[in-house]
Design a protein around this ligand. Sequence first.
Ligand SMILES: [Zn+2]
Ligand SMILES: [Zn+2]
Length: 252
Amino acid sequence: MFRELLHAALDLVFPPRRVCPLCGGGDPEAVVCSGCRELLAGYAKERMCPCCGSAGPRGLGVNLVHPVQPVLCPDCRSGRLFELARAVGPYEEPLREAVHQLKYYRARWLARPMAALMAETFQSEAAYFRTRGLVPVPLHPAREQWRGFNQSVLLARALGEITGLPVLERVVARIRETPPQTGLARYERLRNLEQAFRVQKPEQITGKIITIVDDVFTTGSTVSILSHQLRQAGATGVMVLTFAIARQTGKG
Ligand SMILES: [Zn+2]
Ligand SMILES: [Zn+2]
């Protein structure tokens, strides 16, 4: 609580400058500057997995001479527990820097413009129209206290304000801290995550289609397990929306 107040006070003393949230460049007319807008439009032209929305390795995406039918990425081929995932763009510069600023440098003001970009993605994909609630991926309470906030909650709240959808913040609790997941085999990641969450307010999601909100989609294991648990608790469908998504590695 003290931390929250402190950060709010700091925002008043040092109001965030009105700059492009992606490149930090000068006064943007809209959500992002024209250069970043062009970059985002470029992502949209890349070939991506129709399920999770991940793009191929950088530079291999667009093939205008011999357009290839979209194919499922290796992770989605081995089965996903959500219906669809989309992101604003790949987890690389400048999107990665925005995530780092929000998460590690506590630039909370970024949540709003980042969510505005996520809202554009949300509104451009018809599958999301059936969503009746946003569920941010919870952090373990110890980690949330250490950071002072949960970036997924900040993004979900801002997205909720823009879309008018309710943010179901307390539906799921993170009851176990999960060790870093990088470098682990898929089955190990899933096993670690299985006991990480508990749905504690199933009545808020029963019979509803839910969209999970997070900052980054890395392997998709976390949102996959969470989707499974939301469905078991009564959600009729689960989709995922993140700010950024890791590119496919090109293996498999
Ligand atoms: Zn920019
Ligand atoms: Zn995929």
